[in-house]
Design a protein around this ligand. Structure first.
Ligand code: 6GU
Length: 245
């Protein structure tokens, strides 16, 4: 998978060199390239923002550096025919494990990280007319820019690319993969500070362990995230539910 990122703070993405993602990069499973938007600003101060048309607080990112940066990426010989451009934005559709699975099937993703009050709307309109564009939020709170959101999305997507996570079984047992939160985990010692590992986990009875884990998942989801449960799991008459998709 090829991933290009455009940002005025390329240093944020040094974090992608660490751990699993760094290894996946080294092994050529994900090819991440980070571009400094200011390389595409040609005045003396390499200006990327300006005052909002119509007035108001804050600054808006100018369209010209964005156009030049994105055109450079899209015309690179290594680019896919139809890359998907993602603009992280609190005004976008909300990122989820389901979206991560969809995006992990893409050949080429381009993330355009806005700062300030956002990017001139004509940039979205231009690239939506020429190809595929999605505005994506990582939740209902405000960050100062798209960089941290992009790192979160790249981590969630890249770990679903075949080969990135060593044991693919660990992917299916996680929170959100089956629409439920994950059951609690324990390891040795069997007792720590007077707290025992639940005896069923030491019983060797694999069916009983699977049943216990399933019950724990549903109980935890009901307590912390009841909206994730289907009507059936909540004990209501059956109807369609997003978790069944
Ligand atoms: Cl994608 N960007 C910003 N600036 N804030 C956010 C966000 C994105 N998702 C949630 N908050």
């Amino acid at each position: 998978m090829r991933i290009d990122v455009v940002s005025i703070f390329p240093g944020y993405f040094d974090a992608l060199e660490l751990s699993l993602l760094g290894k996946a990069k080294q092994r050529g499973l994900v090819d991440v390239r980070v571009h400094d938007l200011r390389e595409h600003a040609h005045d003396k101060h390499r200006t990327v923002d300006d005052t909002p048309s119509g007035g108001g607080a804050g600054m808006v990112m100018k369209p010209e550096p964005w156009g030049e940066a994105l055109d450079t990426i899209l015309t690179d010989p290594g680019a896919a025919d139809e890359p998907l451009i993602i603009f992280p934005s609190p005004a976008g559709e909300v990122f989820s494990q389901k979206m991560a699975r969809e995006l992990a099937d893409e050949e080429h993703l381009v993330f355009g990280c806005g700062r300030y009050e956002g990017i001139d709307q004509r940039v979205f309109d231009e690239y939506a007319e020429r190809g595929r564009v999605r505005l994506v939020s990582i939740g209902d709170y405000i960050l100062n820019g798209g960089e941290v959101a992009t790192i979160a999305m790249i981590e969630a997507i890249a770990r679903l690319v075949p080969g990135v996570v060593g044991n693919p079984e660990s992917l299916v047992e996680e929170s959100h993969e089956d629409g439920l939160l994950e059951y609690p985990s324990y390891t040795k010692p069997a007792e720590w500070r007077g707290r025992a590992v639940p005896p069923v986990l030491l019983s060797g009875n694999h069916a009983a362990i699977a049943t216990w884990r399933g019950e724990q998942s549903i109980e935890r989801t009901r307590r912390v995230r009841p909206e994730l449960l289907s009507r059936e799991q909540r004990g209501e008459p059956r109807g369609r539910h997003a978790a069944d998709d």
